[in-house]
Design a protein around this ligand. Structure first.
Ligand code: NAG
Ligand code: NAG
Ligand code: NAG
Ligand code: NAG
Ligand code: NAG
Ligand code: NAG
Ligand code: NAG
Length: 433
């Protein structure tokens, strides 16, 4: 009998311990903040993503405090996200907690310096904040995500994050550089998808001035970033449909860290962590050429070639608009046609390995190929040039330009793509004859 009672006794103890564990489970969870908990600067508590890759908490720089995220295991802090970049805490009193359904960051006087700003109805309890394995910091209720940090990037694109438009909500996710190496506040440079123009393209802005185009997506990469090679550990995806227009990348090996960032000198870089060297290795950066990559370095109707002197060249069949300026090396006025298009008997000159011109005035038809594209261009008297929309499988799709041809450059073989520029019959023959 005694033995039986002992077994019962042990079972009760076991059950009690079990229930206590269940009851206090949230307190032990590393990645979740429940509605009754808070993160404070003084407690030093952080959230750690499952898999131990990312850590979220407070950090200090320049005597200011920020809520941010970094890689847990890497030496030296690399911040991938900052919540209150433009509204820091001025002293070491700060609290992150869930208030109503919102995640709020409170300062020493309990004033909100940052909030997820949700106003949605029908939110169910419990609402929790959770740091996911991929570095997405989410606020969710039992039915799904209410808010996610992936929709509000800082200067960094992590694998699985999307850069560009969610057409259902109208949200455009873009990157803004830090101001300096120790100041996360919004800097001068932004890297942004533009879909208001003909073809989706990413642009780098300094303040609000366009300083660089990546060129449109050509099925493999952005035509203006030829350095983006297929890497063995990476998959790229540019999606364009009725729901979204966005770029994303995935790393196929979990032990490799790679990110894209717009740095405060205005470069868009891919960096991959190289454990043997203990550094973030720059895989490529854009702009790559200070000579030929700045926006409109050569005027309309001309293109930049790093291997010629001067760098700017008129398209075949074009001549400088202002010869004197051109010869004084002021290339901004660009080149014009020797012979105006009359829309009869026109043909094309093929320019190889080109960064495609500014797509403001371009339209795309993905259903036809290069031969039909040529016909379509000839049948539209306003068409000035055409190219394939996608260079895979020998080239598919059709982009048609009307009006000026701006911001072009060429590359060495295997980079860029063919551009066909429309010329009047008189200019189709060599200008030397
Ligand atoms: C938090 O960290 C600071 C600096 O490392 C230390 O001085 C302080 O005692 C820590 N606080 C707690 C509650 O652990
Ligand atoms: C801030 O709020 C907390 C919790 O509600 C409270 O304990 C604290 O006294 C408040 N601090 C100030 C300065 O109002
Ligand atoms: C919340 O709204 C404030 C005021 O409109 C804004 O400054 C802040 O950036 C918003 N926060 C987020 C996370 O969007
Ligand atoms: C890219 O992502 C979209 C949306 O997630 C998916 O439907 C499509 O199959 C992906 N394309 C490639 C080439 O992976
Ligand atoms: C993933 O990367 C690690 C570290 O570079 C390497 O040791 C491992 O073999 C890779 N795994 C696969 C499946 O490629
Ligand atoms: C920005 O990126 C460029 C190109 O990779 C690099 O040369 C430069 O040092 C970077 N600047 C900073 C501040 O990291
Ligand atoms: C060509 O351009 C002119 C002037 O911009 C415009 O009025 C006309 O509709 C265009 N034609 C076609 C076929 O797009």
């Amino acid at each position: 009998m005694k033995g039986v009672r002992n077994i019962y006794h042990h079972s009760y103890t076991f059950l009690l311990v079990f229930f206590v564990m269940i009851l206090f489970r949230p307190a032990f969870s590393l990645s979740t903040l429940s509605s009754t908990e808070s993160l404070t600067i003084s407690s030093n508590r952080t959230l750690v993503s499952p898999g131990n890759i990312f850590e979220l908490g407070f950090f200090r720089t320049n005597s200011r405090w920020y809520l941010g995220m970094w890689y847990k295991k890497l030496s030296g802090r690399t911040y991938v996200w900052v919540a209150n970049r433009d509204n820091p805490l001025s002293n070491s009193i700060g609290t992150l907690k869930i208030s109503n359904m919102n995640l709020v960051l409170l300062d020493h006087s309990n004033k909100s310096v940052w909030s997820t700003n949700l106003t949605r109805e029908n939110v169910r309890s419990p609402v929790v904040a959770e740091l996911l394995a991929n570095g997405n910091f989410v606020v969710r209720d039992p039915s799904g995500f209410l808010w996610q940090s992936f929709d509000y990037p800082t200067d960094t694109l992590l694998p699985e994050m999307k850069l560009g438009y969610d057409l259902k909500t109208g949200l455009n996710r873009f990157l803004v550089s830090w101001r300096s190496s120790d100041d996360p506040s919004s800097g001068d440079f932004s890297y942004k998808l533009d879909i208001q123009r003909g073809l989706p393209e990413f642009y780098t802005f300094k303040d609000n001035t366009l300083v660089h185009r990546t060129g449109p997506w050509n099925g493999i990469r952005f035509s203006g970033i030829p350095e983006e090679q297929q890497l063995s550990y990476m998959v790229y995806n540019f999606t364009e449909n009725s729901e979204e227009v966005a770029y994303t990348f995935l790393v196929t090996n979990n032990s490799i860290y790679s990110r894209l960032t717009i740095n405060f000198s205005g470069f868009f870089e891919r960096l991959t962590w190289t454990p043997s060297l203990v550094i973030w290795n720059p895989i490529w950066s854009s702009p790559a050429s200070f000579q030929c990559d700045p926006y409109m370095i050569c005027g309309p109707g001309s293109y930049c070639d790093v291997n010629t002197l001067p760098l700017c060249n008129c398209i075949q069949g074009f001549k400088p608009l202002n010869v004197q300026e051109w010869d004084m090396r002021d290339r901004s006025s660009g080149c014009i046609r020797r012979t105006r298009l009359s829309c009869r008997g026109d043909g094309f000159t093929r320019m190889k390995n080109m960064k495609l011109p500014e797509t403001t005035m371009a339209t795309v038809d993905r259903s036809i190929g290069v031969k039909e594209c040529e016909k379509k261009c000839l049948s539209d008297c306003n068409c000035t040039a055409f190219a394939n929309a996608d260079i895979r499988d020998g080239g598919t799709g059709c982009v048609i330009w009307t009006g000026r041809l701006d911001d072009m450059r060429n590359y060495v073989a295997d980079h860029g793509q063919d551009l066909y520029v429309r010329l009047a019959p008189a200019d189709l023959v060599s200008s030397f004859s």
